[in-house]
Write a protein that binds this ligand. Structure first.
Ligand SMILES: [Zn+2]
Ligand SMILES: [Zn+2]
Length: 281
């Protein structure tokens, strides 16, 4: 199978479960042509899932060492998965722009509660529903509106190449209130968001395969694929791997479903340039 690439991968610099080199070796073993590491970027405070700011130089140094060591065996790239926390901390700020990265993924894992305190919303279903109750007074509509508005704000601020798992909230609010994402106002939220991504034209959308083995669900959901295609939005298939053995999880299924939706190519980073590569099933 072609299209053996992945640019969304964690490692022990953040919440990945193995050293960076183990992911690289797994990629070589599985015949990947290109691989990118994208640990969770530091936040201005410590968490159990993000890199510490003081570790960024070591992260970059390790990626340089591996690029050299495995030159000729695989194309290696280094990026970060960067959050929008607020206007002062997001992919567009000088700190991230100045880092010598090959690419940047912007993903939203946090929203502020009514008092402005950051709340992690990228969590398990039960935890999510508890946080909705405790931090957002169960106002799912306000949270959904804030989620898509924040992604649109990220887009306008810029500083990244790929928008990561852009509908991850949907399955969580759906868990809290079945049917909510099919309501007209929610569909409009999604459509307006996609219209803005298409009009902006500067970023690729990720098709994230991390959960597909568990629940046959991509981020964004495959129901979106025809909508993405109709708008001419370029896509990158990523596994968001936290374990080396999962780097290739559900890639074929994603490519097949993109093909069925009309896509004939996906974006891949080769020779330092993002390019359209035919889907080779
Ligand atoms: Zn993420
Ligand atoms: Zn990730």
């Amino acid at each position: 199978m072609e299209n053996r690439t992945n640019y969304h991968s964690h490692c022990s610099f953040c919440d990945g479960h193995a050293p960076m080199e183990d992911f690289v070796c797994a990629a070589i073993r599985e015949g990947f042509t290109a691989y990118g590491i994208s640990s969770h970027a530091p936040l201005p405070y410590s968490t159990r899932w993000t890199m510490e700011r003081r570790d960024v130089p070591a992260y970059l140094a390790e990626s340089r060492r591996l690029k050299q060591k495995y030159e000729g065996k695989i194309e290696l790239y280094v990026g970060l998965e960067i959050d929008y926390l607020d206007e002062g901390w997001n992919p567009s700020v000088p700190f991230f722009r100045a880092l010598p990265l090959d690419y940047r993924i912007a993903s939203l894992h946090i929203l502020p509660d009514g008092a402005g305190n950051p709340v992690e919303i990228d969590c398990g279903m039960k935890t999510f529903s508890e946080r909705m109750r405790d931090c957002f007074a169960n106002d799912l509509e306000a949270v959904a509106r804030a989620y898509y508005a924040t992604q649109r704000r990220m887009l306008r601020l810029g500083g990244f190449d790929v928008l990561g798992h852009c509908d991850k909230l949907d399955s969580r609010v759906e868990y809290c209130r079945p049917g909510i994402t099919g309501e007209p106002w929610y569909r409009r939220l999604r459509e307006d968001f996609l219209d803005e991504v298409a009009a902006d034209g500067s970023v690729m959308l990720e098709v994230n395969t991390k959960k597909y083995e568990e629940d046959a669900h991509f981020f964004p959901a495959s129901a979106w694929f025809p909508e993405l295609k109709r708008r001419g939005i370029p896509v990158v298939v990523n596994s968001d791997a936290h374990y080396p053995e999962r780097i290739n999880a559900s890639r074929r299924e994603a490519l097949e479903q993109l093909y069925a939706a009309g896509y004939r190519s996906v974006r891949e980073l080769h020779g330092g340039r993002w390019q359209d590569v035919p889907i080779g099933l």
